[in-house]
Design a protein around this ligand. Sequence first.
Ligand SMILES: CCCC/C=C/CC(=O)SCCNC(=O)CCNC(=O)[C@H](O)C(C)(C)COP(=O)(O)OP(=O)(O)OC[C@H]1O[C@@H](n2cnc3c(N)ncnc32)[C@H](O)[C@@H]1OP(=O)(O)O
Length: 358
Amino acid sequence: MRASQQDFENAVNQVKLLKKDPGNQVKLQLYALYKQATDGPCNVSKPGVFDLVNKAKWEAWNALGSLPKETARQNYVDLVSSLSPSSEASNQGKSGADVKVQESKDIVVTSEDGITKIMFNRPPKKNAITFQMYQDIILALKNASTDNSAITVFTGAGDYYCSGNDLTNFTSASGGMEKAAEGGAVLLREFVNSFIDFPKPLVAVVNGPAVGISVTLLGLFDAVYASDKATFHTPFSHLGQSPEACSSYTFPKIMGSAKATEMLLFGKKLTAREACAQGLVTEVFPDSTFKKEIWTRLKAYAKLPPNSMRISKQLIRKNEKEKLHAVNAEECSTLKERWLSEECINAIMSFLSRKSKL
Ligand SMILES: CCCC/C=C/CC(=O)SCCNC(=O)CCNC(=O)[C@H](O)C(C)(C)COP(=O)(O)OP(=O)(O)OC[C@H]1O[C@@H](n2cnc3c(N)ncnc32)[C@H](O)[C@@H]1OP(=O)(O)O
């Protein structure tokens, strides 16, 4: 539900009652969202180089670009609610530990050391993504885009990074396959849009095998670090499906069309080192030292000036955004048809009756 003007005014009053100083980064974000929600895009000239405080405020406001007033109002309300007395109280006494910022069973979101971590947490099902998890991730990314972290990281709990879409999503949905396919396409489009538009550095820490949509999404990440135990598998033809998450565009661009064809059409599974050689993965680490090395590195990256990283990402992504949104829309409408095809229904039934495994 969208935040009303009254919700916004309540949030403005709530900020004045905060017992704990939320820190400069959050205060700047609150200021920027407030100005955007009330005055719209930044319309004043940049303060001089020695006017440090006003310059930082101006930069935070200006970084919001043409964000609509209603979205800024909503983000302000969400940010304040994450700082509310109840979350203040629950965060107390937890220094040194990850602070949980979103309650959800299968997606765990924590924030510490300038890093918001979003973890697939369904190890008994190899972290397969349910409809609820797609929604939880959309919310987690929305919150992470305005929280006080510098970078956002995805990883998986247990031995898998993620086994892709939960293949029971369609068969267990009420209202029949057609309705489920229609709803699935709308959800998928919104889900992928939230990756296309995510404003901060987005990093994947791929701890183990990755399948389907958890692989295709990597083309929208800014960096991908993998354990040497990770594998990358997109068996869309085996499943009677077609590529998603803009991979029909990003994969040929990243690895060339011949290599992308082997993955997206023929379902060739890549090792971490092969994926690195194709440019899908940034760097591979031995599994024994993976976690230690990667978190040390990410904590150092998270100390870099956050506005600078965000602005650089914006420059890199700016010219691609329109194209990515168009590709996403087309892939989703193609998939909606595919999910109703005999090829796809047979493949899912076959998996569910345990006749087939990847
Ligand atoms: C609405 C948006 C839609 C977006 C569309 C995206 C497309 C895709 O993501 S396509 C990719 C879909 N994923 C798969 O096809 C993977 C299917 N799973 C497997 O082939 C195997 O489970 C595995 C190779 C991942 C692991 O094999 P392993 O022998 O090690 O373990 P299992 O005993 O098979 O798995 C344990 C447990 O987990 C369940 N499970 C694993 N993956 C999925 C899945 N994707 N969907 C549903 N359930 C999954 C598996 O059934 C087992 O459950 P039980 O213990 O209850 O039998």
